[in-house]
Write a protein that binds this ligand. Sequence first.
Ligand code: ADP
Length: 448
Amino acid sequence: MFDKILIANRGEIALRIHRACREMGIRTVAIHSEADASAMHVRLADESVCVGPPAVGKSYLNVPAIVAAAEVTGAQAIHPGYGFLSENARFAEIVEAHGLAFIGPTAEHIRVMGDKITAKEAVMNAGIPVVPGSPGAVESFEDGKKIAAELGYPVLIKAASGGGGRGMKLAPTAADLKEAMETASAEAAAAFGDGTIYIEKYLTTPRHIEIQILADSHGNVVHLGERDCSLQRRNQKILEEAPSPALDSTGRKKIGEIVRKAIESIGYRGVGTIEFLWEHGEFYFIEMNTRLQVEHPVTEAITRIDLVREQIRVADGAALEFSQKDVTFEGWAIECRINAENPRTFIPSPGTITEFHAPGGLGVRLDSALYAGYSIPPYYDSLIGKLIVHGRTRTETLLRLRRSLEEMVVGGVETTIPLFLDLLEEPEFVNGDYHIHWLEEWLSSRTD
Ligand code: ADP
């Protein structure tokens, strides 16, 4: 087993990985930008290396500096976390070319799944149902018009290399198609250096339900059930729960088995998430993420499986110690993504934390790198913590969520804690009766 791992990330996820390493007896190397010298992930790691100035392009995405940091500290593997370099196939190749292990899938799998068009093709061939759409890239307006007419409006124009909700444009009618195609392509070219687009049927009120999988390099694959991530703002997840209020155990088994077999057939290794839209009882694949997800703790809560530990073990060539029949689901878990933002306008609120109190008690987990006196730098995303609560039933979990949110104190900056407290007053949310547009509709209907 590795005895030293470099964590190529920051914030709560760097801490999360550090914790798994520690429990496995593995030493850790933190990297940080000049703005993060006093960050908690740096304080807790065994060693740390400054890899550049605050701008992410010069630090957390600075591949030569990161690989050099691993070499000088004698780390044997690099864990990329999520975001940053986690889905960069070239980075995975460079890491391996330097004789280090990349804690993730092979560069080839990252590449295939990183392009939404090739990903869709690959999973379709492996038996996974996909959203109806163009058979591949759409190169001209004429082709787009034909395909959209066949699919029926509204349609969604998506970028092959899109991510984080960017590069997506809705065309409600035929009259909107040209502009939607042009803007989606231009935006994707500017953001991702690739303007390739494709077209999908736009589903009006689906839920976002994703399946967590875990695979070793010996052909063993398990699925760890689903997460429901339908509570979104601007196509970004805000709150996630496991299991989904919409699925029963038959539905869960059925989709889990389809995904498990498909992943087995493509020979994937590592953790991965197959994301679906779910409408009228049917699943439609949208994309696969070849990395640890922000919302992985809700799965950990109901399966009692440490996903980061498993990720490290399989990257080292170890076989899974359990099979599908050993995976059982217990209770209900909900995660709130707490951001340093105004809870009404969502304008970021960086600054110094004057007071901090973490909620605790049975079934409460807070993944956060905050501490009193810490200054949130303005250069990075505004996630300051993930509150994960677990209970025997969804009702118990909601009650626990409320009391945990009420206990949590973050002084000095604005946070989205009040947003979650308000949500807990909403009967539709409380009943689990919401789809991917519900939150935005609710936000715009609030008058007080
Ligand atoms: P990204 O990689 O940018 O996150 P995804 O393909 O995962 O993009 O989609 C993000 C979100 O966009 C989904 O969770 C869903 O809310 C919405 N979305 C994506 N495809 C469709 C579709 N065909 N119809 C309706 N909404 C969609």
